[in-house]
Design a protein around this ligand. Sequence first.
Ligand code: SAM
Length: 339
Amino acid sequence: MRFIGSKRLLLKNIEYVISQNITEHEKLNTFCDIFSGTTIVSQYFKNKYKIISNDLLYFSYCLQKSYVELNQKPNFKNLDMSLEVEEYLNNLSFTQKGFIFKNYSPGGKEDRKYLSKENATIIDGLRVCFENWLSKKKISDLEYFYLVSLVIEATPFVSNIAGTYGAYLKTWDKRSFKKIELNPLNIIDNKKNNKSYNEDCNKLIKKIEGDILYLDPPYNSRQYLPNYHLLETIAKYDDPVIKGKTGIREYKNQKSEFYNKSFAEDALESLIENAKFKYIVLSYNSEGIIPEAKLERLMRKYSKNVFNKYKINYRRYKKDRKTSDKEKLYELIHIIDKE
Ligand SMILES: C[S@@+](CC[C@H](N)C(=O)[O-])C[C@H]1O[C@@H](n2cnc3c(N)ncnc32)[C@H](O)[C@@H]1O
């Protein structure tokens, strides 16, 4: 999935930093991805470590429950079907006009153009179907999260947006005319008891411990929820109160100190201070609201013996790209030993 701040292109760099600075990295057990987003970092390290993952976004939590907690695709044995579940669902037809149809397709009063009427109807149909199956105990909780994740992964491919859900396009992009298609998730089996959370990181950090803590906090004031509100609503399917041209949901319980210039540094310090992990790896953008010198001071303050800082040239997220200062942008990766 395309996601602001995704580390998809930096996975090998993160791995390199760990292998260069932690001599016993192959013997360590637990890796925590506490700002997990798309779960791509958790997935990458799942072959090596037991994973603890977390994010404030609920749709990220659904993805985590699938990619992190599951070690194999669920068998949906109570559904008693001969087809693979994705194929079965792709062949269903739906007519119900639900919340997504009424609010995010031209079928609704507001004429929002996030999804075609056909795809919005299918998404509503699938979500109602999953809720029924769960309430009738035809599927387990993990099977439910797997199914919701299928829809979350498939929706961006048919959404009429320029990358995020902050706005829909005025004219229809051709991808919106394709029928939404569910595809099996690639589940990695590490035979470990991996665990996912949906909490503020500063609360969670007091309850967990492990070997490597990977921190990838937001680095500017652009909140994630407004940019991904439709995926959050599809995941929760909770008929929220929505407002404005884009039909955004309320998110006061999902606000985070990391987006705020006055609070971000203290929030990061408190996270590091409370961490019961042997090593901490921090990714941050050179244009982030916490300046580079302050980040370094903070990481040095909590390091015992190891401190290292890497600068990795990084392409700006397309929407923000300004050609003039392209060269100056880089990702900073710090690593320290804490315990
Ligand atoms: C830079 S993104 C992480 C991207 C992720 N590493 C990936 O590659 O997909 C930052 C994430 O932090 C989450 N977040 C922001 N504040 C948070 C908080 N206080 N506690 C937990 N997660 C938070 C956001 O929802 C967002 O998914």
